[in-house]
Design a protein around this ligand. Structure first.
Ligand code: FES
Ligand SMILES: [Fe+2]
Length: 348
């Protein structure tokens, strides 16, 4: 039984990882891939396994937009077709490797792991803060030893901020204030308001707040591709908070994209954009490191959780009311997987 939605755009990496003419090897949904940028800027994504004797093409050699396997020298075009077999005249049509649709958008590279005919680039989430000149961010990546669904759970439940992140981005009210949830076609809209609370450590640091603040975390969770797009911020009490005009607010725009690598490992891509002190790269680094360090707090907990689950995968878990969002999304993931595998069975 698969645990992955296949018909979805997954973030494969940062476009900057494909600068130059190198080869990037990355496993997504258990499938080893090799990625490279063609001369016209298009991104080629091929199965990282030669159709001759299974050598990884990422150990191969670029020859313009083509890729030569460095075991016995078969050469492949960017669409996966074999175009040369040294010492052999004819190239049978089956002599090809699978290629995957890929799109670069707003500094991100997305790959479609499902049925190619269903790949619609219009479904790729847009996040203009990555390229808007009035915002700044650094490119974040963490490799996780955990089932992606445990990280999805974590991001859908901000009550953990009070405990996992008590010294970084959380405070006690996060565990008592309930999030409002609204089901939307692409997933879930989460509104987590924390009015009139002492500022969490990072808001004290970047906003210089001394008194209480109104804090907000407003985000959309995209079921396809496990993408979170968030508007988060804080402002001194009584200034309008998330409703504006936000003139004295400290605001962030956050993107997370979770791409399963294997059933028990995950690529965690993230960017925390800020629109204050944008000419100070040191502030951009500090903003980035604040969330990166908070995510390492999550990672320590989630990987330990994964190890416990692996020891006894069928042991029951008891639910609490904060689990509503994660249950909803887990159901949506399961329903989508069910419809994909059911449709596949019907077609067989
Ligand atoms: S394994 Fe690639 S050419 Fe033989
Ligand atoms: Fe967290």
């Amino acid at each position: 039984m698969t645990i992955w939605i296949r018909n979805a755009w997954y973030m494969a990496g940062w476009a900057s990882e494909l600068d130059g003419d190198g080869l990037l090897s990355r496993t997504i949904l258990g499938q080893p891939l090799v990625l490279y940028r063609c001369e016209d800027g298009q991104i080629a994504v091929l199965e990282d396994r030669c159709c001759h004797r299974a050598a990884p093409l990422s150990r191969g050699r670029r020859e313009g937009d083509q890729l030569r396997c460095m075991y016995h020298g078969l050469k492949f075009a960017a669409d996966g077709a074999c175009v040369e077999i040294p010492g052999q005249q004819t190239i049978p049509p089956a002599m090809r490797v699978r290629s995957f649709p890929a799109v670069e958008q707003q500094t991100l590279v997305w790959v479609w792991m499902g049925q190619a005919a269903l790949a619609d680039p219009a479904q790729i989430p847009s996040w203009p803060y990555l390229t808007d000149p009035s915002w700044r961010n650094l490119e974040g990546y963490i490799h996780y030893q955990a089932d992606y669904r445990l990280i999805v759970d974590n991001l859908l439940d901000f009550s953990h901020l009070a405990y996992v992140h008590e010294n970084s981005i959380g405070n006690a009210s996060q565990a008592t204030e309930k999030a409002q949830l609204e089901r939307i076609p692409l997933g879930l809209r989460v509104t987590k308001l924390a009015p009139n609370e002492p500022p969490a450590p990072h808001f004290r640091k970047f906003g210089g707040f001394t008194g209480n603040v109104d804090r907000w975390n407003l985000y959309d969770w995209h079921v396809a591709g496990n993408v979170m797009l968030m508007d988060g911020g804080a402002e001194a009490v009584g200034k309008g908070g998330h409703q504006g005009p936000r003139e004295t607010a400290v605001q962030f725009r956050h993107m997370t994209a979770l791409t399963p690598e294997t059933e028990t490992t995950t690529h965690y891509f993230f960017a925390q954009s800020h629109n204050f002190a944008i000419d100070n790269p040191q502030v951009t680094r500090q903003v980035h490191e604040t969330v990166a360090n908070a995510f390492l707090e999550d990672k320590a907990m989630i990987e330990a959780q994964q190890r416990n689950i692996a020891r006894d995968p069928t042991a029951p878990m008891q639910a609490i009311s904060h689990d509503a969002a994660l249950f909803h999304i887990r159901q949506r993931i399961s329903a989508q997987i069910e419809s994909e595998t059911g449709a596949k069975r019907a077609a067989e």
